[in-house]
Write a protein that binds this ligand. Sequence first.
Ligand code: SF4
Ligand code: SF4
Ligand code: SF4
Length: 293
Amino acid sequence: MSKEVVPKLFRVNTGSCNGCDVEFVATAFVDKFELESLGVELVEHINEANVLVVTGPLTARSEPFLKKYVAQMRKPYAVVGIGTCSVTSGIFRDSYAIEGPTDKIVDVDINVAGCPPRPESIAEGVAKGIKVLQQKLNGEATPKTLDMIFSDFTAPASFRGKIDLNEDMCTACRTCETVCPSGAIEISAVEGGFIHKVWHNSCCFCGNCAYFCPTGAIFNTNSFDTAKTQDEKYSEVNVGHINYETCSCCGENYMPPSRGLLGKAYVHDDVSKLNDAICPACRKEANFKRMYG
Ligand code: SF4
Ligand code: SF4
Ligand code: SF4
């Protein structure tokens, strides 16, 4: 017979700016965010807890306390990292004062990215943490992935959520990579073009990349599906392929201009005709001949 879990939750702040903690409090005390429906009891002593919620990037000062807390928990237990700081150290990743992320020091079961995450994402993370705890309690293998539990939540259209990329608009100019404060974007040259990657677990959803992108290729969606198992931590990546085109005139590879930019520059023209597979050097020569014979 399977044993029923009674989730007793303790929250620890390991250097958070308090943003994640404020969201956690909202999640815990506002009925509509469903934490209560999970039967969670918030406890004041770590030795009563079997679910640990960790916020913050894990500073050097808080590292020994986190280890002590985990050692005192009831077993089995589940650890849920809340916020991009806890998941990957976020914007603080290169600081001398940081020992994190959390999973470097203790075993984490569920990561909830966001800066801070929405209350719905936090509730989702706690629900998944309880599911993992239930499986541990019954001696079952812990899941590598978990479906969304509260799938009926929707965020306003203006919500800055997970990043997406329109490959046809991107010219691999690297502006987004340069302005990203979390180091969440990597653009690498490969044969035939570039690979554009965004790690959702490192992103703090600031929107800098979208703001500075000259072509409008990268943008925040309103998706907040960020509560994932530890096994999914490094697979939560948006991968875009930015390919060279071959010049129909000289046969050289070149990066085609962004359709988005052409559309803005030549509002009255058929953009598909303007971008007729000619490299900039051949286009320049053709224009020179057209103008001066
Ligand atoms: S993830 Fe953002 S809101 Fe949460 S502690 Fe870090 S900086 Fe603050
Ligand atoms: S997404 Fe925008 S800023 Fe980033 S490389 Fe592409 S064009 Fe440049
Ligand atoms: S929103 Fe863009 S710039 Fe900001 S952290 Fe995420 S990927 Fe980086």
